[in-house]
Design a protein. Structure first.
Length: 153
C-alpha cells in the first residue's frame, strides 16, 4: 500500500542543466544544477537575492502540480476502494454502487521556465548558478555558502 501513496514529479532542466527554483521568502527565481543541490558538501541553500535560507525552493508551478497529482491519486484510490465494495456487496441483502470514475484534474507538463537568468560564478564554492541580471548587477549571495557576493568589487 505504501507504493500507492507515493508519486514522483520530474523537474526538467534547461539546456545548460540547471533547474528552476523560487525563494518562498522574496519570490526571486534562480537556477542551480541538480548535482550541486544534492552534493554532500552543500548542507543548505541560500537565496542569491535575499541571502536567507529556506526549507525548500519549490516553484509555485511545481507545488500546484503536486497538489493536482495528489488529488487525482487520492480520488483514484477512493474510487478503486468503492468499486471493490460494490463488487463485494453485489447480490447481497445490501448493495452499494460506486458511481462514475471521477474526472481527473489536468496535470500540465513542467517546463524549465525563465530563460532571462544569467550564469554567475561563485569562486568561494567553485560552483555556478543562474540568477537574474538585476541581482547579478547589484550583488547578492552565494547560494551554496551564503557569502555576500558583488562581482563589481
Amino acid at each position: 500500500m505504501s507504493d500507492e501513496l507515493s508519486f514522483e514529479i520530474e523537474i526538467p532542466t534547461d539546456n545548460d542543466g540547471f533547474v528552476l527554483l523560487q525563494c518562498p521568502l522574496c519570490g526571486e527565481f534562480f537556477k542551480l544544477a541538480p548535482a550541486d543541490i544534492k552534493a554532500d558538501d552543500v548542507l543548505e541553500i541560500w537565496c542569491p537575492n535575499c541571502g536567507l535560507k529556506s526549507e525548500n525552493y519549490i516553484t509555485d508551478e511545481i507545488r500546484d502540480l503536486a497538489l493536482r497529482m495528489a488529488k487525482n491519486h487520492v480520488q483514484d484510490m477512493i474510487h478503486r476502494q468503492m468499486k471493490e465494495l460494490e463488487r463485494k456487496t453485489r447480490g447481497g441483502l445490501i448493495s452499494f454502487k460506486a458511481g462514475h470514475t471521477p474526472t481527473a484534474e489536468y496535470e500540465p507538463p513542467v517546463i524549465p521556465g525563465i530563460d532571462e537568468l544569467e550564469v554567475q560564478n561563485y569562486p568561494c564554492c567553485k560552483r555556478q548558478a543562474k540568477i537574474s541580471p538585476s541581482v547579478k548587477l547589484t550583488g547578492g549571495y552565494c547560494p551554496f555558502c551564503g557569502v555576500s557576493y558583488d562581482e563589481h568589487k
